[in-house]
Design a protein around this ligand. Sequence first.
Ligand SMILES: [Mg+2]
Length: 275
Amino acid sequence: MHLPPSVELVNPGVRRGAFKVALFDFDGTLSLIREGWPRVMVDLMLDRLREQRLITEPEAECAAHVEAFVMALNGHPTARQMERFAQEVTARGGTPAEPAAYLQQYLDALMGVVRGRWESLESKRAQPSEWVVPNAHGVLRSLQERGVPLFVASGTDLAHVSREVELLELTPYVGGRVSAPKDNDASFRKRDVIEKVVRELGVRGEELIGFGDGVVETQEVKRAGGVAVGVASSEAGVRGVNATKRGTLIGAGADLIIPDYEHAPELLAWLWSKG
Ligand SMILES: [Mg+2]
């Protein structure tokens, strides 16, 4: 049995055999509704720094620095990124606003974009398949057919994730098994979700398979002893591996890298076979 060519095997010693539970991140891993969020967040942070004249290095250098800490916290509750930004303002000699105020500004900016996408889905002008990582429904169906319980853990607010699961017609696969911070609760941790799921199902950590496009879920799945599939997803309408995500995911410990789920059935068949 061979891996499809679109799959990059980062860890040739990756565990193969049956998996008993699968965990998915949401944004960038299943949904593309929040696609473009890093740009919105980084621009907002640069605006706030500029207002207080806190950018002393070349602008591009500052942007790269801000983007690096934003992406390093990808997967944590959004509030954590705002706390990190407030520290950045202080470190540069400025006076930060409350992280909650930054969070509100960010949500206001992002939600303008997100609401437009909700409306296009609600009015059926757009199909759910247009706003998910290609063949997301297919990978969920394949896993479900293998009898694997599917869970979602997201750093995005629970009310929004729940609504988007519905709009993207993912409820038949993950309905009732979505974990995310309530009212942007900064204490939400994916680690806790993984520990709870593994404990409640009575499975071993190595029987966990995780899919994610961010650092946090990848590290936490590895910490639990599971197999981490890095989803280096591109933007809507763009195909292929996103090089930045790929590098970050490999650094975080991903065992395999895929651009999307186009070849998910073959990937799952390879993983489930003992080799
Ligand atoms: Mg993500």
